[in-house]
Ligand binder design. Structure first.
Ligand SMILES: Nc1nc2c(c(=O)[nH]1)N[C@H]1C(S)=C(S)[C@@H](COP(=O)(O)O)O[C@H]1N2
Ligand SMILES: [Mo]
Length: 314
């Protein structure tokens, strides 16, 4: 049973990716200008563009990965375990209107319209590195706001020690939810100090536009020092808890995916090394990048884990 794609087959993935790109170009050429121009719009570019979004703190001056690579190679098991098919399948998801339930250990629980949440939380752009546990990585200009700012508005109680996030459950549209690749709905969690950390974002966009559906529209988490599976997509519920929540990947394979999941090149995944990463869009001749501890954000976050055995808390 496939649990997660091992980078051992990365070369065939790369081939798939370049074949896919070439195929798209051929399709576009064959269809002529008018229909071809509709193709990228329907699956990647969205109609809502963001303008003049200020650059927020912690944004890094890095060369970003091509939008085409980020939006055509996604992990979205609610639709499929196939990274390129998710691009098309996710288009069936209706992302507006959208509501988010905020409950548990907060003084102001409720069901809030995303529109209203956005009125109170001004957007910023942050360029961050993103590292998947499958040993590929990218650099993405996210648009979003700090999760901590949002949480403060709902006034967590003194018992709030963890935050649980839940993805939409709608197997009629999210056809992968009819299968058992993961326990549904997808759930993730953070410790409260991780959630309040100013690096942690809720994103609504990337590359000056709304998030493409396959990248987690209309609202996803971005935790840049943790493996990508923590960055849950299409969030419908945020619940504050006194005890550590169960998470989908940990339930699926507890020996492989821990709750903390901090990027750590020194701790291999049981089935492959985490020492290096393939950067999306890089040619197959480009050497892999050396993975950094905490994905390069150690200066900001290492103190959160003082006293913990990082070898154990993978
Ligand atoms: N709901 C949900 N969130 C998810 C996933 C998923 O399958 N479902 N995949 C995770 C994994 S494994 C990764 S690496 C990132 C990928 O984000 P991207 O597809 O935008 O690159 O999303 C994460 N969030
Ligand atoms: Mo991932």
């Amino acid at each position: 049973m496939l649990i997660k794609e091992s980078p051992n087959i990365a070369s065939s993935e790369i081939t798939d990716q370049s074949v896919f790109k070439a195929r798209r170009q051929i399709i576009k050429a064959a269809m002529g200008i008018s229909v071809a121009s509709m193709l990228p719009n329907s699956v990647s570019a969205t109609d809502k563009r963001y303008q003049n979004i200020p650059v927020g703190p912690y944004s890094q001056d890095l060369q970003v990965t091509d939008f085409e690579d980020v939006s055509h190679y996604t992990n979205y098991y609610e639709f499929t375990t196939n990274k390129t098919d998710a691009t098309v399948l996710a288009q069936g998801l209706q992302t507006s209107p959208w509501q988010v339930k905020i409950d548990g250990e907060v003084d102001k629980p409720g069901i809030y319209n995303l529109e209203d949440i956005l009125k109170d939380n001004p957007l910023q752009q942050r360029i961050y590195r993103f590292r998947c546990v499958e040993a590929w990585s990218m650099v993405v200009p996210w648009i979003g706001f700090p999760l901590g700012e949002l949480l403060k508005k709902f006034q967590p109680t003194s018992r709030a020690k963890f935050v649980e996030f839940t993805t939409l459950y709608n197997p009629r549209v999210m056809i992968g939810q009819g299968g058992d690749s993961l326990p549904w709905p997808y759930r993730e969690g953070l410790r409260i100090d991780e959630a309040m950390h100013p690096l942690t974002l809720l994103a609504t966009g990337m590359y000056d536009q709304e998030l493409p559906k396959q990248n987690g529209a209309p609202l996803r988490l971005v935790v840049p020092w943790k493996y990508g599976f923590k960055s849950i997509k299409a969030i419908v519920r945020i619940r504050l808890l006194e005890s550590m929540p169960a998470t989908a990947w940990n339930q699926r394979a507890p020996g492989e995916y821990g709750f903390y999941a901090n990027v750590n090149p020194e701790v291999p995944h049981p089935r492959w090394s985490q020492a290096r990463e393939r950067m999306l869009g890089a040619s197959i001749f480009t050497p892999k990048r050396r993975t950094e501890k905490f994905n390069g954000y150690g200066e900001q976050v290492a103190a959160l884990y003082r006293g913990m055995d990082l070898k154990k808390f993978f």
